[in-house]
Write a protein that binds this ligand. Sequence first.
Ligand code: HEM
Length: 182
Amino acid sequence: MSILTQRSTRYSTLSISLHWLMLLLIAAVYACIELKGNFPKGSDTRELLKQWHFMLGLSVFALVWLRLLARLIRPAPPITPALPNWQAVPAKLMHLALYALMIGLPLAGWLVLSAAGKPIPFFGLELPALIGKNPDLAGNLKEWHELGGVIGYWLIGLHAVAAVVHHHILRDDTLTRMLPGK
Ligand code: HEM
C-alpha cells in the first residue's frame, strides 16, 4: 500500500498534541477555580487564581478551533476491531458533547464577565465584552456556567473510563490511536 493510500492507525500529531495539551489546560482551569475557595475573599491569591481560570479557559476556547480544523483535515482513524453501532453512535455523541463543552463553557464564562461589566484578561491583553452590562443576566449566566462545569466533570470522567475499558477490557486500539509514538 502506498503512503498516499495507506490509512493511518493514529490521529495526526497535531490532534494528539492538542488533545493532551488541552487536557492539561482543562485540568488547570478546574484546579484554579476549585482552589480559589481556600483563600479569603479579596485576597491576592484568590484573585490570581480567578485570573488564571479565565485566561486558561480562554486558551481552551482559542485552541479548540485549531483542533476542529486538524480533525477536519485528517478525520479520526478507524478503530480496530470496528465498534458495533450501539457503541459507535454514543461515542460520536460523546465527542460532539465534549467539543460543545470546550466551546460553550469558555464562551459562557466570557459572557458572565461581559454582563458583570468586569475586565476580561488574556495574558496582558484585555478582550472586549461580548454583551453590555446586565447584572441579572450575569447571575443567570454564571449559574449556567457552573452547571456546565459539573456536566464537564461527568463527561470527561466518562470519556476517560471509556478509554480505559477499551484498552484493558475490550483490548482494541481506541486509546493507542490517541497516544504519541512511532
Ligand atoms: C474549559 C473552560 C472552563 C471550565 C471547565 C470552567 C469551569 C468552571 C467551574 C467548575 C466553575 C466553578 C463553579 C462553582 O463554583 O460551582 C467556574 C466558575 C467561573 N468561571 Fe469558568 N470555566 C471555564 C472557562 C471560563 C472562562 C473562559 C471564563 C471567563 C473568561 C470563566 C469565568 C468564570 C467565572 C466568572 C466563574 C465564577 C467565579 C466566581 O465564583 O467568582 N470560566 N468555571
